[in-house]
Design a protein around this ligand. Structure first.
Ligand SMILES: [Zn+2]
Length: 415
């Protein structure tokens, strides 16, 4: 049991008792024998973040090939370097990425990449949550289809090391994965009651090419193929036709907004307020550190709020509470995890922030401060599943994680 004493919650100071992995009691003057007591004077408790779209092991490409055209960037800078990855490299990079996530208050993420067994191991060791997905692409080589389907089957059949890690499947996108592959992946996710994650409508070119090839735009196509439901998680969703917004609403599919990546790659701006008004489930993700270049959900919230107002041409759009919910409760809910709220019965995934940190003063509206002015240095402690994963801004073993990451980058980036 852990007892948080004098913690600031929703404008007042209270005590919070955590039993096993959940908030057990929230009220004043709790006394509990045998509880570990944490004095939280001048600290506020907030839900931790859920990063709904990233490729964590791309962290080694941070700062590589800046300011290039998309295809130049991919062909000259990204793909040749990714070819050098192996299990050991991905393990060390994933650990470092999770370290950055913890330092910036994230306790769950949805990942799509390669060598995923190593990312699973990293998440398990670091003590946070993730949905790790196997990515499928077969458009460049038709012989890949059967192999990818078999690999996906094998991946789903192996149990995860702990309850904090879940598995899913990611057909990469409609321009990189075939109808056969996408349908087979959907069938497997339904049989395993898990998530299907994919990139959709990231660029106008993707939409135009899809219409030319299949006669319909990507979301319509996925709907026609029977792919969309509440366990389908669509990253980007920038360029949608009006009917497609309706399809998302009807199918209860989940959208992941990635505003930093969309702006940096000049992909366009998602019509956030239209989606919110339509009642679509919108969550937030950073995408990878090669197109962001950070995994901080604090930064992402601010960019989402600013780009949301700009896109809607209205300062009353993309409201702070909506943005904060996208970064917290909406993501956890979409992944079926009862976290993202500081409430009795909810899972104890949370952050403590220092109310004397310069970036949170004056403390008139904490949620607004978190979205617009917070610096991640305001986060002092991070808990996941009732356990402390960062104490007084320190993550156990962080020196070694940083040292291994630096060595790995040195190997991967040398000419
Ligand atoms: Zn992506």
């Amino acid at each position: 049991m852990i007892l948080l004493k004098n913690v600031y919650l929703n404008g007042q100071t209270t005590d919070i008792l955590i039993k096993q992995n959940r908030f057990f009691q929230i009220k004043n003057n709790i006394s509990a024998e045998n509880a570990e007591i944490l004095d939280c004077t001048n600290k506020a408790i907030l839900p931790s973040f859920c990063n709904m779209h990233t490729h964590s092991a791309m962290m080694f490409l941070r700062g590589i090939g800046e300011d290039l055209e998309l295809m130049d960037w991919l062909e000259k800078e990204i793909w040749p370097r990714e070819d050098k990855l192996n299990d050991e490299y991905v393990y060390h990079i994933s650990k470092f990425s999770v370290l950055e996530m913890i330092k910036t208050g994230t306790t769950m993420f949805l990942d799509m990449y390669f060598h995923i067994g190593e990312t699973i191991k990293a998440v398990d060791e670091m003590g946070i949550r993730a949905v790790i997905t196997y990515v499928g692409m077969d458009m460049f080589d038709k012989n890949e289809t059967k192999r990818r389907i078999k690999n996906a089957e094998d991946f789903l059949s192996i149990p995860t090391p702990c309850h904090r890690v879940m598995k899913g499947l990611s057909p990469h996108a409609v321009y990189t994965a075939s109808e056969e592959l996408i349908k087979a992946f959907k069938k497997m996710t339904l049989e395993n009651d898990t998530f299907l994650h994919t990139h959709v409508c990231e660029t106008q070119k993707e939409v135009d090419d899809c219409i030319q090839k299949y006669g319909v735009p990507p979301v319509q196509l996925l709907s026609d193929w029977g792919i969309l439901d509440q366990k389908t998680i669509l990253a980007h969703a920038v360029h949608l036709k009006d009917d497609e917004i309706n399809i998302l609403k009807q199918s209860q599919s989940v959208v992941v907004h990635n505003p930093a990546s969309n702006l940096k790659l000049n992909s366009g701006q998602m019509p956030l307020q239209r989606y919110l008004d339509a009642g679509i489930k919108v969550t937030l993700g950073t995408d990878s550190a090669s197109s962001n270049n950070s995994l901080s959900m604090i930064d992402e919230m601010k960019i989402a709020a600013l780009s949301g107002k700009n896109q809607a041409n209205s300062s009353t759009s993309a409201k702070v509470q909506d943005i904060f919910d996208m970064a917290t409760i909406n993501g956890f809910e979409a992944l079926g995890v009862q976290a993202g709220k500081i409430k009795e019965g909810y899972l104890a995934d949370f952050i403590l922030v220092d109310l004397n940190n310069y970036s949170l003063l004056p403390n008139v509206n904490l949620i607004s401060n978190m979205v617009y002015s917070a610096n991640p240095s305001c986060i002092t402690d991070v808990f996941c599943d009732g356990k402390c994963v960062m104490k007084n801004a320190y993550v156990k073993g962080e020196e070694e994680i940083i040292s291994n990451f630096k060595k790995t980058c040195h190997e991967l980036l040398k000419e």
